[in-house]
Ligand binder design. Structure first.
Ligand code: ZN
Length: 233
């Protein structure tokens, strides 16, 4: 099992701000920030993630779908903020294309992960949104919250909350592929007799490339491919 190629689509951008909150937060900025966080989370885990935009620019809906389709993305996740005429509306919705079994499955996985962190999960909904209709892989559109609601706008303006949202979406994508969310491998430094070796911290243990460690200690290492044995001399 593995996690497939992801395409993350931050809604709006450039001359199109999307919805604007009561205190002036722009949907396009929130969407982009969450998408960039999501990409970092996938990058850290070695999962290929493409974005339909990585800066504040105009991108039409058609090229957004083309990026995903031509890039052989295996799932498509569009990030948006909701808005309503009533400032009272709040909560999170995940959309998939009507009748798409896999799209629904992906929506369900993401919704399950969002559930514990959002104020209310308004449910999985179906809509014939352009990006859901014109992408050839399972696709969802996440309305992370109502930017038109005072409290939710404030939450969306917090970095910590956007990080939680990105993590929840990432976990949902992993779950869709039947995979557990891995803890990122922390990069650490090991200094051996003044020589620096880059190492990785996994579950409280430091992992160092054997040859680099051994050679820094002035020993040699021999590798036998047949018995798959490393001998330090
Ligand atoms: Zn939007």
């Amino acid at each position: 099992m593995r996690v497939g190629v992801i395409c993350v689509d931050p809604g709006h951008g450039g001359s199109d701000p999307g919805a604007v909150g009561p205190s002036g937060a722009k949907e396009k900025d929130i969407n982009l920030d969450i998408a960039l966080r999501l990409k970092s989370l996938f990058d850290e885990r070695g999962v290929l993630c493409m974005l339909t935009r990585d800066k504040d620019e105009d991108v039409e809906l058609e090229p957004r779908c083309r990026i995903a389709n031509n890039g052989a993305a295996e799932v498509f996740v569009s990030i948006h903020c909701n808005a309503a005429a009533s400032r009272d509306a709040y909560g999170t919705e995940v959309y998939c294309f009507p009748g798409s079994t896999k799209g629904y499955q992906l929506a369900k996985c993401i919704s399950n992960e969002l559930l514990p962190i959002v104020p209310v999960m308004r449910g999985i909904k179906e809509a014939e949104f352009y990006v859901l209709k014109n992408t050839i892989m399972p696709a969802v559109l996440v309305e992370v919250g109502f930017i038109s609601n005072y409290t939710e706008e404030k939450a969306l303006q917090s970095e910590g909350y956007r990080q939680l949202l990105a993590e929840a979406v990432g976990k949902g994508v992993y779950a869709y592929f039947g995979m557990a969310w891995p803890t990122p491998k922390d990069k650490v430094k090991v200094i051996v007799k003044g020589k620096e070796i880059s190492a990785t911290l996994i579950d409280g243990k430091t992992w160092v490339p054997l040859r680099q460690l051994v050679e820094a200690m002035n020993y040699t290492v021999e590798w036998d491919e047949i018995t798959r044995t490393a001998t330090v001399k």
